[in-house]
Design a protein around this ligand. Structure first.
Ligand SMILES: *[C@@H]1O[C@H](CO)[C@@H](O)[C@H](O)[C@H]1NC(C)=O
Ligand SMILES: *[C@@H]1O[C@H](CO)[C@@H](O)[C@H](O)[C@H]1NC(C)=O
Ligand SMILES: *[C@@H]1O[C@H](CO)[C@@H](O)[C@H](O)[C@H]1NC(C)=O
Length: 809
C-alpha cells in the first residue's frame, strides 16, 4: 500500500487520467515488478463501485488476455487486486520502455467485463551482464596507437536508469575504453582504444577488468576480464652476439674443421624469431672455402685453406628471421701459416759450358730461391755440396751467385753436377734441392806430350824403303781437335840431305818409316826431331828427338887394296935372297866397308908355290918368310891369299901375290913370263882406242897429282918400298875406331875416286862425313895430301893395267 500510495502521489496526474479513462470502462493500475505474492495492487470493488459482498457471488476473476497465467488475483472479500505470481517486467516486456499487461475482469450475474491494464514498473533487479566472463583479444604488437577493438557491451535487462550506465576499465598503460552507440539501433558497444603501443617482447599478455555499472539503486555491476594477448609482430631483427667475430685458422685445416660459430638471437617468437644464417655477398672463392650451417651458425672449412692464397678472409654473415628481418655481422678469419711449402730453386741463368780457363771467382750462374711460406718458414738457407770448386754467394734478396772457387781443369773433371740445397727455417724444416749440370769446355791448354823423352830406333842397313822404324806416341788430354795429335818431322839435315828424304812420319799414327834404304857405311846413326802438334787454335806442340841407329850388315866383302885383287895382277914383291926367316916380305892390305865383326878381316894363304916358305899374319896380313931363303928355293913364288871378314856369313876376297926372290931389279923383265900366259890376245883395236883415250886422261891426272906432290915437296913413295911404309891406316880396323881416318874413309876415298869424281850427293856425303867443316875442294886436297900414298898406289896399278896390253901386243 505504501508503494501504491507513493506511486499514486508521484504519478497522481497519470493515475487520475487513467482513472478518468477507466471510468469509462477500463481500469488501470500500476505495479512494481517483482512484488511479493499477495501484494495489493488496487481495489476493484472500490474502483468499480461494486459491493464487496457480491464479488464472491458474482464469481469475479481476472484473466490475462491471451494468456492463462494468473499473475494477479482478487481478494474476493476485500475486493483487492493482489499479485498472484511474480511479475517480471523483463519477462514480459524486455527492453520496452513501458510495460503494460492487459487483464480482463469477469463478473457474472450479470456478466460484466472490465478491462484492466497493469502497468509494470521496472525495478533494478538485474545487473549488467557481459556475454562472457572473459574475452580474449589478440592484438598484434604492431598495432598503431588509436587502434580500436570492439568489446561486446554488457547487457542489463533492466531499462532506463537501471540499465547499463557506464563502464569502468581497470587502470592500465595501454588501453582506454570508449563507448560507442551504433548508428542504427542505438545499441551501445564499447571499444578498447590503444593508447600506447604494445610490445610483445615486453609484455606478452594482460588481463584487463572491465566493469559495467548500471544506474539503478542500488547500483549493480558486471565485469568481464579482457584477456589481451599481444601477438608478435616481426619487429625484432636478429641480433648477433658480436658485431665482428674473429677467428684464426691454421692453413691446411682439414675439411669440416669448425672455425667459429656466430650466433644471433631474435626477440621475436615463432617464425619471427627463427634465425637462419647465411653468407651475405660472398665471393665464389670464399664460398668454396667455408661453409655455414644455416641453423647453428657454425662456419667450417669446406675447401683447401692455403695461407699462400689468402691470409685473411672477411666474411659477412646475415642472420635472418622467418619474415626476413636480418642483420649482419662480420667474421674475420686469420689464416696462420704452416710450413707447407718447400723452397723452390730457380736457376735464373747459367753459363754452360764454361771454359776451363775461367779465373776463380767467375760467376757461372744465378740462383733464385723462393719459399711461399711466411716469416721464418720462408727464411731459406742455401748450400752447395762439398767438393766441387763452386760456392754460392748470397746476393740481393733471395738471389745467389754461383761462383767458381778454384781453377777448373776439364782434363780432370769435365762436368759437374752441382747440387744446390735450400732449407727453410720452419719446424720441421722443408728443403729441396736442384742439380745443375755444368760442363767444362775445353781450352787448348795441354800440349801433346810424348810418352817418352826420346825415342831410339834400331834398323839394320839395307832395309826396305817404307819399312817401319819405330813409332812415337804423344798424348793430348784436350778435347776433340784440341787433343788431336798430328805428327810431323821437323826439318833437319842428315848428312846434308833433308831428313825427309830419309824418313817420313805418319801424321796420324806417329809411325816412322824409312823412305829409303840405309847404308851403314854411309851413316851409322842420325837424329831427327818429330813434332807432335795438336789441332787447336793456336796449336800447341812438343818436340821429341828420335835417334835412328843403323846397324851393320855384312854386305861388303873385303876389298883388297894391295895387291890388286883381280887375279891377273902381276904385282911382284922382291924378296932379298938373304932374307932370314921371319922377315917381313909384303903385306896384303884389305879393307872392309862394314864394321865390327863384319869388318874384322883375317888373312890366309890358300895356295902357294912353296907352302912352307911364307906365312901370313892372320889379322895383320903381313907375309913373312917362315925360314931363311935358300938357293934352292924357286925364284918365283906365287901366293894366293884369301881375305875373309868375320860376318855372318862371312864374305871373302882373294888375291894373288907374286914374290920374286932376287936381289936385283934387273931380273924384273922376266916378270911377264912369270905371271902371264897369253890371255889378252883378243884385244881389239876398238879397245885400244878407248884405252888410249883413258890413258891420256890419267896421264893428265897424274901430272896434276905430281904437280901437287911436288908443290908440297913430298916425294911419292914408290910402290916397291911400300912394304915397310904402310901407314897404320891400313891396319885391320879397330872396333872402336869408327870415325877415325881408318879403313872406312879410305874406302870412300877409293870409291869416290873410282866414280865420276863429280860432286854428287855421294861425294858430298863423303866429304861431309869426313870433315864437314871443310869445303869440298879443300877436302879433296887435304885428302890427297893426307892419303896420297894409296892413291898413287892405286893409280899406278891402274895405269899399269891399262898400259900393259900395249906391251903384250
Ligand atoms: C751428372 O748427372 C748426369 C745425369 O744424371 C750423369 O749422367 C753424369 O754422369 C753425372 N756426372 C757426374 C760428374 O756425376
Ligand atoms: C779448343 O780450345 C779453344 C781455345 O783454346 C776453344 O775455343 C775451343 O772451343 C776448343 N775446342 C773444343 C772442341 O773444345
Ligand atoms: C819444336 O821445334 C820447332 C822447330 O824447331 C819450334 O818452332 C818449336 O817451338 C819447338 N817446340 C817446342 C815445344 O820446343
Amino acid at each position: 500500500m505504501m508503494h501504491l500510495r507513493s506511486f499514486l502521489q508521484s504519478y497522481s496526474f497519470v493515475f487520475f487520467f487513467a482513472v478518468v479513462r477507466y471510468a469509462h470502462g477500463d481500469l488501470s493500475y500500476s505495479v512494481q515488478e517483482e512484488l511479493k505474492r499477495g501484494s495489493v495492487i488496487g481495489n476493484i470493488a472500490k474502483d468499480l463501485g461494486l459491493e464487496v459482498g457480491r464479488l464472491s457471488a458474482r464469481k469475479a476473476r481476472v484473466d490475462m488476455e491471451e494468456n492463462d497465467r494468473q499473475y494477479i488475483g482478487i481478494n474476493l472479500r476485500s475486493g483487492d487486486l493482489v499479485v498472484a505470481e511474480r511479475i517480471d517486467r523483463e519477462e514480459h516486456c524486455g527492453e520496452k520502455p513501458s510495460c503494460v499487461l492487459k487483464f480482463e475482469l469477469l463478473l457474472e450475474n450479470p456478466l460484466e467485463l472490465h478491462r484492466l491494464s497493469l502497468q509494470v514498473q521496472d525495478v533494478n533487479d538485474n545487473a549488467p551482464i557481459f556475454p562472457k566472463d572473459t574475452m580474449k583479444l589478440e592484438i598484434r604488437e604492431s598495432a598503431a596507437k588509436g587502434a580500436r577493438y570492439r568489446i561486446n557491451a554488457a547487457q542489463d535487462a533492466d531499462i532506463g536508469k537501471n540499465s547499463v550506465e557506464s563502464y569502468i576499465l581497470e587502470q592500465n598503460p595501454h588501453f582506454v575504453f570508449s563507448i560507442q552507440a551504433t548508428r542504427a539501433g542505438g545499441r551501445k558497444y564499447g571499444e578498447l582504444v590503444l593508447d600506447k603501443e604494445l610490445d610483445r617482447e615486453e609484455q606478452q599478455e594482460m588481463k584487463l577488468l572491465l566493469t559495467a555499472v548500471d544506474g539503478g539503486s542500488p547500483q549493480r555491476s558486471g565485469t568481464v576480464v579482457i584477456h589481451v594477448i599481444v601477438l608478435d609482430a616481426n619487429d625484432n631483427a636478429p641480433v648477433f652476439t658480436e658485431a665482428v667475430y674473429t677467428a684464426t685458422l691454421p692453413e691446411n685445416s682439414p675439411m669440416k674443421t669448425p672455425v667459429i660459430t656466430v650466433s644471433a638471437s631474435d626477440a621475436d617468437e615463432g617464425v619471427n624469431g627463427e634465425v637462419t644464417y647465411e653468407f651475405s655477398s660472398i665471393s665464389d672463392k670464399l664460398r668454396n672455402l667455408f661453409s655455414l650451417d644455416d641453423k647453428t651458425g657454425e662456419i667450417s672449412v669446406s675447401g683447401d685453406i692455403d695461407y699462400e692464397e689468402g691470409r685473411k678472409y672477411e666474411l659477412f654473415v646475415e642472420a635472418k628471421d622467418g619474415y626476413g628481418l636480418s642483420s649482419e655481422a662480420k667474421v674475420i678469419i686469420d689464416i696462420t701459416d704452416v710450413n707447407d711449402n718447400a723452397p723452390v730453386i730457380h736457376v735464373k741463368s747459367l753459363t754452360n759450358p764454361i771454359h776451363e780457363n775461367v779465373s776463380p771467382g767467375t760467376e757461372v750462374g744465378i740462383i733464385n730461391v723462393q719459399d711461399r711460406d711466411s716469416e721464418s718458414n720462408r727464411q731459406v738457407r742455401c748450400s752447395i755440396q762439398q767438393g766441387a770448386p763452386f760456392k754460392l754467394v748470397p746476393s740481393i734478396k733471395n738471389y745467389y751467385s754461383l761462383v767458381t772457387t778454384g781453377q777448373l781443369d776439364r782434363e780432370l773433371v769435365s762436368d759437374y753436377n752441382i747440387t744446390i740445397t735450400a732449407t727453410d727455417e720452419g719446424s720441421p724444416p722443408l728443403s729441396s734441392s736442384k742439380t745443375v749440370q755444368l760442363s767444362i769446355a775445353d781450352i787448348n791448354d795441354n800440349p801433346p806430350v810424348f810418352d817418352e823423352q826420346s825415342y831410339s830406333a834400331y834398323v839394320s842397313e839395307n832395309n826396305k824403303p817404307g819399312s817401319t822404324l819405330c813409332s812415337v806416341t804423344a798424348r793430348d788430354p784436350d778435347w776433340r781437335q784440341n787433343g788431336t795429335v798430328i805428327y810431323s818431322l821437323l826439318p833437319g839435315e842428315v848428312n846434308g840431305a833433308t831428313v825427309s828424304s830419309y824418313v817420313s812420319v805418319n801424321g796420324d799414327t806417329g809411325v816412322i818409316h824409312a823412305v829409303r834404304s840405309f847404308d851403314y857405311e854411309q851413316f851409322r846413326s842420325f837424329k831427327m826431331q818429330v813434332m807432335a802438334r795438336d789441332n787447336g787454335s793456336p796449336p800447341l806442340s812438343s818436340n821429341v828427338t828420335v835417334s835412328v841407329f843403323v846397324s851393320d850388315v855384312n854386305d861388303n866383302s873385303p876389298q883388297i887394296l894391295y895387291p890388286a885383287p883381280e887375279g891377273n895382277s902381276f904385282m911382284t914383291e922382291l924378296v932379298p935372297k938373304a932374307a932370314h926367316g921371319g922377315s917381313l916380305v909384303s903385306k896384303v892390305i884389305a879393307v872392309d866397308a862394314d864394321s865390327g865383326q863384319n869388318a874384322w878381316l883375317s888373312y890366309e894363304i890358300v895356295k902357294s908355290t912353296d907352302p912352307g916358305l911364307f906365312t901370313i899374319g892372320v889379322h895383320s896380313g903381313e907375309i913373312r918368310t917362315q925360314r931363311d931363303i935358300s938357293e934352292s928355293d924357286s925364284m918365283k913364288q906365287n901366293l894366293i891369299v884369301a881375305v875373309k871378314d868375320n860376318g855372318q856369313p862371312s864374305l871373302s876376297a882373294t888375291c894373288s901375290m907374286y914374290l920374286l926372290i932376287s936381289d936385283n931389279l934387273a931380273e924384273v923383265p922376266e916378270l911377264k913370263d912369270i905371271s902371264y900366259d897369253e890371255k889378252n890376245s883378243k884385244l881389239t883395236s876398238y879397245l885400244i882406242i878407248a884405252l888410249v883415250s883413258v890413258s891420256t886422261f890419267f896421264l893428265t891426272f897424274i901430272i896434276i897429282i905430281l904437280g901437287v906432290r911436288f908443290c908440297r915437296r913430298r916425294k911419292p913413295r914408290l910402290l916397291f918400298d911400300g912394304a915397310v911404309a904402310i901407314p897404320s891406316a891400313y891396319l885391320p880396323p879397330n872396333y872402336a875406331d869408327v870415325d877415325g881416318t881408318g879403313t872406312l874413309r879410305s874406302a870412300y876415298n877409293y870409291d869416290a875416286y873410282l866414280t865420276t869424281g863429280s860432286r854428287t850427293s855421294d861425294f858430298k856425303f863423303v866429304t861431309s862425313y869426313n870433315d864437314n867443316t871443310l869445303p869440298a875442294d879443300q877436302t879433296l886436297r887435304k885428302m890427297l895430301s893426307r892419303s896420297c900414298f894409296p892413291f898413287v898406289v892405286v893409280f899406278l896399278i891402274m895405269m899399269y893395267r891399262l898400259i900393259r896390253p900395249c906391251y903384250v901386243n
